[in-house]
Design a protein around this ligand. Structure first.
Ligand code: HEC
Length: 89
């Protein structure tokens, strides 16, 4: 199901939309999460993801796909993703 959303997102969004929301940790995410796919993957999946799920998502990027980030960086990324792309309180 995520895959369908990601595909549609990549088709619909131009470069102008491929921007992360400004916030603490944004640079870290851009440096570590845009190596294999655009940050559109984050934006398109954002409405569904809570902190718990972002954690699992970042863990999957590390274990399944081999993203070479360490625990401290992963924690910063999860924090940014939850703050900027978590569910609205
Ligand atoms: C080593 C390569 C690599 C890196 C680095 C990477 N990803 Fe991914 N990511 C992938 C691949 C491959 C997919 C596509 C999986 C699929 O098609 O199911 C993906 C898909 C995604 C998705 C879509 C949902 C899903 O699970 O398929 C999200 C969200 C995502 N990545 C977030 C991140 C974040 C956040 C980071 C930074 C911590 C990151 N990625 C870094 C390889 C990577």
């Amino acid at each position: 199901m995520f895959r369908i959303f990601v595909g549609a997102g990549l088709l619909l969004s131009g470069p102008a939309l491929a921007q992360l929301k400004p916030g603490a940790g944004m640079d870290t995410v851009e440096a570590n999460c845009a190596a294999c796919h655009s940050t559109d993957y984050i934006r398109m999946n954002a409405p569904f993801l809570t902190e718990q799920v972002w954690k699992a998502e970042v863990a999957k990027m590390r274990t399944a796909f081999g993203s070479p980030i360490d625990d401290a960086v992963a924690a910063e990324i999860v924090q940014y993703l939850t703050a900027q792309y978590g569910p609205k309180k």
